[in-house]
Design a protein around this ligand. Structure first.
Ligand SMILES: NC(=O)c1ccc[n+]([C@@H]2O[C@H](COP(=O)([O-])OP(=O)(O)OC[C@H]3O[C@@H](n4cnc5c(N)ncnc54)[C@H](OP(=O)(O)O)[C@@H]3O)[C@@H](O)[C@H]2O)c1
Length: 242
């Protein structure tokens, strides 16, 4: 398979790129960090090709993908996280986070559609954070709630229009540079190896929402069914204890 992965220069995407290459697939690893891209290419020059572009720039993204003939599986993992301190309310943060997580991801989808044949798979990485009103997560959780909706609606329309299957990924906490920056307790945080395995297995099975780890995912999904008042009270209590 020819597999394109964004966010391949770090964390979950970096691990996925290595694991898919090990399985004998051709991987097109994407990101901005040239050093990390070179490092990846050095691991396996035959299987791993690299592309450097900024997903927030549609022209840059289209140009970078212009010479690719076909992608059988695209995993859009590029993303960023910022937490809001409401006492120093920063509207610009919403713009920064949505620019990468939502608009950048859609730039990538636009550039990919012409090179994704019938039967190919488009996998979009969201987050379990979308399920509950977590403290300080207004921008990040909001962007992932938007991505969840977009993923589901793309699932409806892309199959009909082009025969492309759309799958979503909803990770809990994964140990990556993104979460290494957090100063709060992260329950059930898993390794990138665990995340990569869960994602690859989920894609293979054609799961439409790949949530992991299972227990954390199940707990949050149940909590998201509680009345809103209870969700807010729970989140306030978690915020106090964190
Ligand atoms: N780690 C977790 O606990 C967790 C939990 C839930 C969901 N997620 C989601 O999983 C995905 C991967 O997260 P991670 O933890 O692996 O993060 P990470 O280690 O911080 O990696 C983020 C990746 O996104 C790329 N990226 C960011 N902005 C970009 C831009 N403008 N253009 C192109 N690439 C860009 C980075 O590449 P460059 O620096 O090279 O540009 C990097 O490869 C994200 O969508 C994140 O929201 C993570």
């Amino acid at each position: 398979m020819k597999i394109l992965i964004t966010g391949a220069t770090s964390g979950i995407g970096y691990q996925l790129a290595q694991d898919y290459a090990k399985q004998g697939h051709t991987v097109i690893a994407c990101g901005r960090n040239q050093e990390a891209l070179d490092e990846l290419a050095d691991i396996d020059r035959d299987s791993i090709k690299t592309l450097r572009f900024d997903i927030t720039d549609i022209e840059n993204t289209k140009q970078a993908l212009a010479d690719i003939e076909r992608v059988d599986l695209a995993i859009l993992s590029a993303g960023m996280c910022e937490y809001l301190d409401v006492k120093q309310f920063d509207a610009g943060m919403f713009e920064r986070v949505f620019r990468v997580n939502v608009f950048g991801t859609m730039n990538t989808v636009e550039a990919l559609l012409p090179i994704m044949p019938e039967g190919s798979k488009l996998v979009i990485v969201g987050s379990l954070a979308r399920l509950l009103p977590f403290t300080k997560a207004q921008a990040y959780g909001g962007s992932k709630a938007a991505i969840q909706y977009i993923t589901r609606t793309l699932e409806v329309d892309l199959k009909e229009a082009y025969g492309i299957d759309v799958l979503g990924v909803s990770p809990g906490f994964v140990k990556t540079p993104m979460t290494d920056a957090n100063d709060f307790e992260m329950p059930m945080r898993v390794s990138v190896e665990f995340a990569s395995k869960a994602i690859r297995k989920g894609i293979e099975k054609g799961k439409r929402d790949i949530g992991f780890p299972a227990l954390f995912s199940g707990m949050l999904r149940v909590m998201s069914l509680l009345p809103q008042g209870m969700q807010i009270a729970l989140s306030r209590r978690m915020a106090k204890n964190s």
